[in-house]
Design a protein around this ligand. Sequence first.
Ligand SMILES: [Zn+2]
Length: 441
Amino acid sequence: MEIRDIDIEIKNTTILTMDKECRIFLNSSLIIDKGYIIEIGESAAIGYKYKAAKVIDAKGKMVMPGLINAHTHAAMTIFRGIADDIPLKEWLFEKVFPLEDRFVKAKTVEIGTKLAIAEMILSGTTTFCDMYFFEDEIAKIVTETGIRAVLSEGVIDFPTPNSKTPDEGLKYTEMLINKWAGNPLVTIGVAVHSPYSCSPELLKKTKQLADKYNVPFNIHLAETKWEIETIQKTFGLTPTQLLNNLGLLSNNVIAAHSVHLTEQDIKLLADNKVGVAHNPQCNMKLASGVAPVCEFLDANIKVGLGTDGVASNNNLNMFDEMNTMALLHKISKNNSTMMDAKMVVKIATNGSAQVLGLQNEIGSIEIGKKADVIIIDLDKPHLIPLYNHYSHIIFSMNGSEVDTVIINGKLVMENRKLLTMDIEKIKMDAIELGTIIGKSL
Ligand SMILES: [Zn+2]
């Protein structure tokens, strides 16, 4: 028998596949070559067929798909903790927008995004969906650091730090779509801020661009009661109805938040196959409300999980977010059987992948899918004993157990050491920038 040379074998471990049947393999190997998962099976039964350039003995650990953050603004790490304990409208218009106007530049976005990617990899996130400014710079950092991302330049009805007009922003987005086409890590999407900050004309124009290239379309939808009242006053509609009337609802839409929806709104999302990026911590922190996620799932709406930006969370930790998601829906339904642990893990992996349109590439450990996997060290006091892996992921882990991270078949963290980033330099740059921003407040 011929022995095949491959890139990585992770052996002697437990593999949570998160495939359709949620199969769990014990004492098994994951075989990775040229970025893809090529075989999964008992180490004793398949290991002899391969000669790996890198062998990882993951005994006492477990392997699962990398977590997928379906909605964030990564570079906002530079504003971590700058505006807490205030409502969204004040937070956005009096704090965030003026701060962005003063401090968001290509260089500061670079510092903030690097810090964000370090934080994400350290806590097991392998893909993030970003809506911000200077996404070309962000794409370069993404490819250098080896994380996977869906990147969308934010467009809004006033000048942004990167474009004087929305049209300029759309031109820039189109340039990005062409420039990064075919990149194995970067998918360019289109982003329009929200129904309350963009005119119907702008909403339509951005959606046309997303449809022209069949790329993801990001929008914040029905986030607060204030938004509902504002849109009702101007158009006599709910924000969801407004988007529907403008022909904006379809299967490439990623509707972040989606907190305040009527039964008819939920039906509109379901009928048009819109995906929702749920942001429980941000919605709680800004007291925006509880998104009707159980109803979304009942209606077969695609649901993913995201942290939103750090200025309203205040971290990018998906373990933390999954824990909050499970607890929030139990208490809000007054029903402890809601949002069980396995369901939440599914949402943070293949749910998010579906929302981002990447379900054929990532979100589960299956032969033929991209090798985006994390190895978790189970040798921790807070993970003993172990009866149920999903239970530990949702209710006991905090992200610090993530030991090794592989994205697109490449090691980006091993034994908690970041391999593609100079973390000391990244921290130093961010501290320096934080000092300048702090002094100006
Ligand atoms: Zn957001």
